[in-house]
Design a protein around this ligand. Structure first.
Ligand SMILES: NC(=O)c1ccc[n+]([C@@H]2O[C@H](COP(=O)([O-])OP(=O)(O)OC[C@H]3O[C@@H](n4cnc5c(N)ncnc54)[C@H](O)[C@@H]3O)[C@@H](O)[C@H]2O)c1
Length: 452
């Protein structure tokens, strides 16, 4: 049965909204999740766990085939979890977007990267919205979850969705609800992170809050652009604070003060301070990218985002700083030049306990070490073979080395770029004379270990 068979285009949205809310309560609501990646898949799972029916849509046939076969393609989501989604009878996945007609709510979770000139690349969002527009039904609720600049839902999505004649806020509903998923974080998952929900009218907000209320506490905000701004605020806050602590690392390092000791002590203050940690640079799909969505939009208002630009500059200088520290340490402690020496980069993923390499600073570090004549290999228990990465073609096909004292002994220096929890550093410390640690992964202070 399609949504149009159960609702009527001439009925005002307030009435359609009541029907929608009743369906959520009665668990008869059907949800379409478009984009089954790091965000869409756990979101689908959270609804399925509440016995709501989810159809997952993706353009990637390989992903759909894996899901159908009970296999996961995301490290921290086990095959068992996919199998129990399939076994629940409430989940299916497809590349056939005709099925969008027969769902009540459509959640868009597709990528929002930056273009070549650091401008927002909304091509995935636009392509998805155009697809949805072909199928949009009266009474449907369409929610963008992808991170983006304030104004996207009204200025980009709404006109595409209305092109067929149905009107947002009258015939169908639009909402924006930013995804706050933190992959690999053992303390929080989709169903324990409150969801901010913005919409242009009360019925639309009620529909979206009822939907998410089935899985998480909701935080309604007055309109779409406020919800879009919330997500950017959260990620800009992180980018700026990471830049600050990276700057402090450089300054304190020059004064022979260990920034990690400083942070440990500072965070004992019970108010007015929040610990952020330095590292080899920003990584991942969000923090290095999202702030520049606001920078781009601010230009349309004749405004500059100076904090964002400065944070970007400091954070993107970090790989260079780390490599300089490594060169100094090799010189001082080993009497070795970089050229011709062998380096092991420990951790390829952009953060601990995930297998995601997007924007990983480790890639930049490998490039920089090689540019200075070093022979570089890597170890990452979650990435046995480096996949193809557009900006770093030279890394493709590299294989993670064995983590034994014998296999590690050939390296002159190791550079810890990512601190996966289940790595035992004992073989490394036994085998290698110099370890440059950008994450404070090795807690014992020793002459062999240099923080950078
Ligand atoms: N990964 C995170 O930790 C995280 C956290 C919060 C917010 N976000 C935001 O969520 C959004 C999605 O990120 P992600 O990490 O899940 O991305 P992802 O690359 O893991 O997944 C996106 C999925 O969308 C699919 N896709 C691409 N174009 C499509 C189309 N036209 N139709 C249907 N499917 C399509 C891809 O095949 C892929 O499976 C982004 O805006 C990101 O900024 C991500």
């Amino acid at each position: 049965m399609t949504v149009s068979e159960t609702t009527n285009a001439s009925v005002p949205l307030a009435a359609l909204s009541e029907a929608f809310v009743r369906k959520v309560a009665g668990k008869t609501l059907r949800i379409g999740v478009v984009g089954l990646g790091y965000v869409g898949l756990p979101l689908a799972e959270a609804f399925v766990r509440q016995n709501l029916t989810v159809v997952g849509f993706d353009i990637d046939q390989a992903k759909v085939d894996m899901l159908e076969g009970g296999k996961s393609y995301i490290k921290h989501i086990s095959d068992d979890r996919i199998q129990s989604m399939n076994g629940s009878g409430h989940f299916s996945s497809t590349t056939d977007f005709n099925g969008l007609k027969s769902v009540d709510a459509i959640l868009i979770c597709v990528p929002t990267p930056l273009g070549a000139h650091r401008e927002p690349d909304l091509s995935y969002v636009v392509a998805t919205t155009e697809n949805i527009a072909k199928h949009v039904q009266p009474g449907q609720l369409i929610i963008l979850e992808s991170t983006t600049y304030p104004g996207t839902s009204e200025e980009v999505l709404q006109p595409i969705l209305e092109a067929g004649g149905l009107k947002a806020g009258i015939d169908f509903a639009i909402a924006y609800s930013p995804e706050r998923e933190d992959p690999g974080n053992p303390n929080f998952e989709t169903s324990t992170i409150p969801k901010v929900v913005g919409a242009s009218s009360e019925p639309e907000r009620e529909m979206a809050c009822a939907l998410y209320g089935a899985i998480v506490p909701t935080v309604p905000v007055p309109n779409l652009r406020t919800a879009e701004a919330v997500k950017l605020t959260e990620n800009i806050f992180r980018a700026v604070n990471i830049a600050l602590v990276n700057e402090l690392k450089v300054v304190f390092g020059a004064m022979d003060i260990d920034v990690w000791e400083v942070i440990e002590a500072a965070k004992t203050k019970p108010f007015g301070y929040m610990a952020f940690y330095p590292g080899p640079g920003l990584g991942g799909h969000c923090i290095p990218i999202d702030p520049f969505y606001l920078t781009w939009k601010a230009r349309a208002y004749g405004l500059n985002t100076r904090f964002i630009e400065l944070a970007g500059e400091i954070n993107s200088n970090m790989p260079g700083h780390v490599v300089d520290r490594l060169a100094e340490a090799m010189n001082e402690k080993l009497g070795l030049a970089m050229k011709g020496a062998k380096a092991l980069v420990v951790g390829l993923a952009y953060k601990k306990n995930v297998d995601d390499m997007r924007e990983s600073p480790a890639l930049e570090l490998i490039d920089k070490l090689r540019a200075r004549g070093m022979e570089v290999e890597y170890y990452d228990p979650y990435i046995p073979v480096a996949p193809s990465i557009r900006e770093h073609p030279e890394v493709e096909g590299m294989r993670s080395v064995k983590w034994t004292e014998d296999a590690l002994a050939k390296f002159d220096v190791a550079l810890i770029a990512t601190d996966h929890d289940d790595v035992d550093y004992a073989p490394l410390l036994a085998a290698v004379d110099l370890v440059v640690d950008t994450r404070n992964a090795i807690k014992e202070r020793s002459d062999k270990v240099v923080r950078a």
